[in-house]
Design a protein around this ligand. Structure first.
Ligand code: ATP
Ligand code: MG
Length: 353
């Protein structure tokens, strides 16, 4: 069996460091590992429209932004197919057939759908398209016969629902679809990076993000105003690590060599944490260290972004060609699905006469 990756992002804003540690960094590693036969990275514009139908310009304008984030993070169009969801209409048809395999109550039980409905204050006015987006995500994944889906923890219920759809489809119509595996970040802190405000999840929709394209100046301002331990008032006070966003970010980003270079008083993060817990280490010092660590990670990304920003027509070409390839691939799967369902009425195998 081939090793195939499918994953993506909604073009509802620029990508942030939560996307980076939750999925993007891993994608680049997997891409460069050479262990995958095909890698599909999707800009989920159709899905973004399910809760932004009244603001199509937001979705449209962020397509290029997300593409720039991909390229600057190190996704390489020679190795990964970058494409736009709505340019692959087969995904819509697959969703339409999969809808018959899922009940309304199963969708209502999906914890991520539940949480996102609440976050968006939809209450009784949930757009049907939004409500059914786990089904369209199953179409996205299966259209490319993805075996591995590298995503953050919030996507676990989506993957479970996709696996159920695959099993139901194969049991009903015969072995056709491939069951994907979720690939979560190994580092616990990266499963769901909190926002700079300490809120549960950094999210484009919550305005608590540090963007991959953040300037050094803005990065500094954001880190300096980050949520820490509200009871750690004087430097000498003992501080708390749990729920302290600055330390969570250090868990995700710091490496032993950063200490030698930027904080030689400590040999590793645990030593720094111990000092903070004992008292005597101020927030400002820890934040300044985090700024250096983040800048080290983001500098090459910023530099690559500047290069790609100077050649936007080339970025468009990459998306156009990627979407063409994705369209071809999904069309093949759709024809297999139609054959399995015997709705290919004029074919040699399943023709009506
Ligand atoms: P929106 O608010 O529009 O839903 P989002 O910020 O949640 O945007 P998505 O495009 O929904 O971003 O998610 C893209 C990918 O990034 C998914 O794999 C998701 O799991 C991952 N991801 C998003 N936010 C985080 C985070 N804070 N920590 C870890 N992974 C994240
Ligand atoms: Mg999301």
């Amino acid at each position: 069996m081939n090793n195939i990756i499918l994953t993506g992002d909604r073009p509802t804003g620029r990508l942030h460091v939560g996307h980076y540690v939750g999925s993007l960094r891993r994608r680049v590693e997997l891409q460069n590992s050479g262990n995958f036969d095909k890698i599909f990275i999707m800009i989920a514009d159709a899905q973004a429209l399910t809760d932004n139908a009244d603001n199509p310009e937001k979705v449209r304008s962020n397509i290029l932004q997300v593409a720039l984030d991909y390229l600057s993070a190190g996704l390489d169009p020679a190795k990964s197919t970058l494409f736009i969801q709505s340019l692959v209409p087969e995904l819509t048809e697959l969703s339409f057939y999969y809808m018959n395999l899922v009940t309304v109550s199963r969708l209502q039980r999906n914890p991520t759908v539940k949480a996102e409905i609440q976050m968006r204050n939809f209450e009784t006015s949930i757009p049907v398209g939004f409500f059914t987006y786990p089904i369209s995500q199953a179409a996205d994944i299966t259209a490319f016969k993805a075996t591995v889906v590298p995503v953050g923890e919030d996507q676990m219920p989506m993957l479970e629902q996709c696996q159920e759809i695959v099993r139901k489809f194969n049991a009903t119509y015969g072995e056709t679809l491939v069951e994907p595996k979720i690939l979560l970040p190994e580092n616990q802190a990266c499963l769901r990076l909190p926002g700079t405000d300490g809120k549960a999840k950094m999210s484009k929709s919550l305005g608590n993000c540090i963007y991959l394209s953040e300037t050094e100046e803005d990065l500094k301002t954001k880190v300096m105003s980050m949520y820490t331990d509200p009871n750690h008032i004087n430097v000498s006070d003992p501080g708390q690590i749990e729920g302290n966003t600055v330390f969570t970010y250090l868990d995700c980003f710091s490496r032993p060599e950063h200490f030698a270079e930027y904080a030689p008083d400590y040999s590793c993060l645990d030593e720094m944490k111990d000092h903070y817990k004992r008292g005597g280490l101020g927030d400002v010092k820890v934040k300044k260290f985090l700024i250096k660590v983040l800048n080290e990670e983001l500098s090459p990304i910023r530099a690559r972004r500047a290069e790609w920003e100077a050649k936007l027509p080339e970025v468009c070409e990459i998306l156009k060609e990627g979407s063409r390839i994705a369209h071809e691939t999904a069309a093949q799967t759709l024809s297999e699905v139609r054959a399995a369902m015997k709705i290919d009425y004029f074919s040699k195998e399943n023709g009506l006469v």
